[in-house]
Design a protein around this ligand. Sequence first.
Ligand SMILES: Cc1cc2nc3c(=O)[nH]c(=O)nc-3n(C[C@H](O)[C@H](O)[C@H](O)COP(=O)(O)OP(=O)(O)OC[C@H]3O[C@@H](n4cnc5c(N)ncnc54)[C@H](O)[C@@H]3O)c2cc1C
Ligand code: FES
Length: 263
Amino acid sequence: MTLMSRVREHAYTVVENEAVGDGIWRMVFSAPELAGSLEPGQFMNFLVPGAKQILRVPLSFASADAESGTVEVIYAVVGDATRALTGMAAGESSSVLGPSGNGWRVREGQGRSVVVGGGVGAPPAVAAAGLLAKKGVAFDGVLGAQTASKLWGVERLGELGAGLALATTDDGSFGIKGFTTDALRELLSQGDYDTVYTCGPQVMMRGIAAICREAGIKCQVSMERMMSCGFGACNTCNVLMADGTYKSCCMNGPVFDAEEVAW
Ligand SMILES: Cc1cc2nc3c(=O)[nH]c(=O)nc-3n(C[C@H](O)[C@H](O)[C@H](O)COP(=O)(O)OP(=O)(O)OC[C@H]3O[C@@H](n4cnc5c(N)ncnc54)[C@H](O)[C@@H]3O)c2cc1C
Ligand code: FES
């Protein structure tokens, strides 16, 4: 099987699509075959009706339910295509490519872990929490945002069984005032952890990776790159590796071991 053969085109039909914060939206859509085949940490590429750009929009997911055939995505409205996505009402359909890329990995016998999400890195962090819960691995979680109105997912971490579900905001409007890196340092000073799973702005993930390296803890990162095709054909999504080579974010990632990446 080639890597590309996993990616298929599916029809998706919007079930719910509503604002859950300031410029942060939650969409639940129905696509039964896709919902049954997605693995936490993978992503999809959406065709959005009414968007001026011809490129599809890559989005991760927070949860997928094979039984109901639905997938939940959380997205920030940053430009033309994501604005057009907010206009899709329940019942509207379009096309989505997926499952794309490689997701989070969990080892046999893995010890207590931490998920860390920043901004719209929260959905794949929540998906990592769901995976850890399913595998019976104890975990804590930290989700951060600029301000309370842009924060999503902290309650969900609790529902998934996080021992500690911490929130940070840059302005102190909710949870701990500061960055997710501050909260992770605090957690690591108080207990033993095996693996950290993180997704967020590059600068945040660089900081998380450095903290994990210092502490001798394994770290997986979900990288974001501009993606033109999303299935390995265009080379726009290259990630520079520590050994000087490049890997594609869409096919080899988006999840990498932090040690592999040139920060
Ligand atoms: C693997 C992957 C998973 C993602 N998951 C999510 C998610 O779960 N939720 C979410 O809100 N966003 C996610 N993104 C980012 C999302 O794809 C972009 O925000 C979106 O494509 C912007 O499209 P636009 O037309 O609205 O904005 P544009 O007008 O195209 O761009 C607006 C801004 O967003 C930046 N941008 C555009 N495309 C991308 C891109 N592919 N990656 C990073 N930044 C981009 C631009 O540099 C610009 O600053 C993900 C991106 C990748 C690569
Ligand atoms: S987006 Fe085209 S190769 Fe990755």
